[in-house]
Design a protein around this ligand. Structure first.
Ligand code: PXG
Length: 290
């Protein structure tokens, strides 16, 4: 496996960074998880734009232009001869000293990993997931805005541990007020009375690229979409519920905290969006070879 590290492609064993890197010492950095389908990188520009926005908010200077970074992602995929891949793009504050002061970090560290994609079993897309709400609340935007895709994932990892302890594949996280925010690595949607509803980003969610894509597909299908405030009661009484994320794509949920959602089977709107999303991944994106 070849890793892109600070402008060079190196073997995995040689891809090493300093233990003084503030990405490691403090989680000071930003990242993206991107996917390629049959040699087409899905929504690459949207991911690059979000990376630059996250970096801008934390005042981290990415030492490459957007175009250079796009080229570096393609180069990494070509070097690994991967057509179906999960791509991890990471920019850290770089090497500093033991203090928090980011001014000590003279140059950001940039690396790109292109690996095989690990998928949920296909069966789960047919039967749907049973998931739970966990006690750990999503970070409040006033402290660490979930819209920043930072290397600080401990909040989500704590929630993931609670889900694992309860034998659940995913965890629904509420915000500090008790409204539904998102899952540990996925956004949440419900279908209620023919409308598609999802928590607004100000509730405390990442503005997922898959989320944006699903909103656009639904609007094209003339489905009314609301970015709003949702309670657990809204989830329990929804007609359909599904999660969205780069790795999971669109995955139906049929049970939340023991309550059956709708008919207990993936619903028609979910199935239609899943089909349309999969079609889109075959055509919409940046070709690796060009
Ligand atoms: N919310 C959070 C908190 C995320 O980290 C999403 C939603 C979905 O966003 P996209 O842009 O992918 O539609 C994410 C991104 C994992 C894993 O291993 C998942 C993410 C990030 C890192 C690891 O499950 N998901």
């Amino acid at each position: 496996m070849k890793i892109y590290l600070n402008g060079e492609l190196v073997e995995k064993e040689e891809a090493k960074i300093s233990i003084f890197d503030h990405g490691l010492l403090y989680g000071d950095g930003v990242f993206e998880g991107i996917r390629s389908y049959n040699g087409i990188i899905f929504k690459l520009r949207e991911h690059i734009n979000r990376l630059f926005e996250s970096a801008h908010t934390i005042m981290l200077k990415i030492p490459l232009t957007k175009e250079d970074l796009i080229e570096a992602v393609k180069q990494t995929l070509r070097a690994n001869q991967l057509k179906e891949a999960y791509i991890r793009l990471v920019v850290t504050r770089g090497e500093g000293d033991l203090g928090l002061d980011p001014r000590k970090c003279k140059k950001a560290t940039v690396f790109i990993i292109a690996d095989k994609i690990v998928l949920y079993p296909e069966e789960l897309y047919e039967t749907g997931l049973a998931i739970i709400t966990v006690p750990t609340r999503r970070n409040v935007p006033e402290a660490l805005n979930p819209q920043i895709k930072s290397l600080n994932y401990l909040n989500n990892i704590l929630a993931k541990i609670e889900a694992i302890n309860a034998n659940s594949e995913e965890a629904i996280m509420l915000n500090a007020q008790g409204y539904v925010a998102e899952c540990t690595g996925d956004n949440i949607f419900i279908v209620a009375k023919g409308k598609l509803l999802t928590p607004a980003p100000y509730v405390g969610t990442l503005k997922g690229i898959t989320r944006d894509t699903v909103i656009a597909l639904a609007q094209k299908d003339q489905i009314v979409v609301h970015e709003t405030i949702l309670t657990r009661h809204d989830l329990f009484n929804a007609d359909e519920l599904f999660l969205t994320g780069t790795a999971a794509e669109i995955i139906p949920v049929v049970k939340v905290d023991g309550r059956v959602i709708g008919t207990g089977k993936p619903g028609p709107v979910t199935l239609r969006l899943m089909k349309e999303f999969r079609e889109l991944t075959t055509i919409d994106g940046e070709k690796i070879l060009n």
